[in-house]
Design a protein around this ligand. Structure first.
Ligand SMILES: C[S@@+](CC[C@H](N)C(=O)[O-])C[C@H]1O[C@@H](n2cnc3c(N)ncnc32)[C@H](O)[C@@H]1O
Length: 336
């Protein structure tokens, strides 16, 4: 039975041929190999160590969907402006999310196991790759680097906003818990020359953060320590920052992280949570991704505040801090 032409087709929405063609093209760097002059299927097959007759079929579908043009006379496939978005040189920065050998692209492929997540609640990522996301990154420095690069890319606009739109001047030392390669802390310290800070993250990323602080000339005020936020945190900071951390975890783990921050921050410190919250920037697609990949979730301000209250933290303030990000500031509840 034909679907009326003005009705979106559910089958077209669910078609995997197109998204997988784009992801494979990005993984094989077809746009980079073709360049603006374009290349024949034979040249591209030689560059990518694939077989020309098979690759041609992929290229022909990429032409159908507007990612490449085919010059019939020369047989050259040339990337269109749409196709150029998947180049590693594109300012769009999508390559990291499409290339299935990068952390983002690899994680996205676990969506094919979504039925298992919906029926059992267990992360599809673990089912597909045999280990949790963070443990999987540990198996490959390249994968880890691609994740850190993705985190850095996604916060190009937001990190400076976080530095400017939240009043950090009240503090003297920040501990950025799970602070990645130091992107957020570096932005804050650049904007506030009187502040000092440390990143705490898993060891390869802590090393990358230290290198970045040196490269940015911030190493007199910034350093990184390797460790887990499930172990006792370093004391002595007056603010403990959790940027895009809690939504990676289920409630039990999120409570453990918050309790660790409370313990280190007591009696007078502050805990700041920055992340997308439901109703203020968190999308249903990202929420599903968090569930599928980590067993995590996007939460409302009230849900984060309730988790924090369970850990002896009292919400003092919440408000927008960056595009699609909300800041929630907590004080330590007095002990009875
Ligand atoms: C989504 S990233 C956020 C990074 C950074 N806070 C930002 O906003 O750019 C989550 C970070 O948590 C770190 N992480 C995961 N498990 C951890 C653990 N057990 N202890 C410390 N850091 C951890 C990861 O290495 C990663 O850098």
């Amino acid at each position: 039975m034909d679907v009326p032409t003005n009705t979106p087709s559910i089958l077209a929405m669910a078609d995997l041929a197109t998204p997988m063609s784009i992801r494979v093209a990005a993984t094989l760097s077809l746009v980079e190999h073709a360049g603006s002059a374009g290349a024949t299927a034979e040249q591209l097959a030689s560059d990518t160590e694939t077989s020309a007759p098979v690759l041609r079929r992929l290229l022909d579908h990429l032409v159908t969907i507007g990612v490449f043009d085919l010059d019939a006379e020369s047989g050259r496939y040339r990337p269109t402006s749409l196709g150029n978005q998947m180049s590693r040189d594109s300012p769009a920065g999508f390559k990291l999310l499409l290339d299935i050998n990068c952390a983002g692209g690899r994680a996205e492929l676990a969506f094919v196991e979504l039925l298992g997540t919906i029926t059992t609640g267990a992360p599809a990522y673990v089912h597909r790759y045999g280990r949790e996301f963070w443990a999987d990154l540990d198996t490959s420095p390249e994968l880890r680097r691609s994740f850190d690069a993705q985190m850095n890319w996604r916060f190009q606009v937001q990190a400076p906003q976080i530095a400017e739109r939240f009043d950090w001047t009240r503090f003297s030392e920040i501990l950025d818990v799970g602070g990645g390669d130091g992107t957020v802390l570096a932005a804050i310290l650049r904007t506030h020359p009187d502040l000092r800070g440390r990143v705490l993250d898993l060891s390869p990323t802590a090393t990358a953060a230290n290198d970045n602080f040196v490269a940015a000339g911030l190493d007199d005020r910034a350093s990184a320590v390797s460790g887990s936020f499930f172990d006792p945190l370093p004391v002595g900071a007056d603010v403990y920052l959790l940027s895009d951390i809690l939504h990676d975890w289920d409630d039990d783990h999120a409570r453990k992280i918050l309790a660790g921050c409370r313990q280190a921050a007591a009696p007078n410190g502050t805990v700041v949570v920055i992340e997308p919250v439901l109703g203020q920037g968190a999308s249903t697609a990202i929420d599903l991704f968090m569930l599928m990949c980590f067993g995590g979730e996007e939460r409302t301000v009230d849900e984060v505040a309730r988790l924090a209250a369970d850990c002896g933290l009292v919400l003092r303030y919440s408000g927008p801090v960056a595009d699609r990000r909300t800041a929630l500031e907590f004080g330590v509840a007095p002990t009875q």
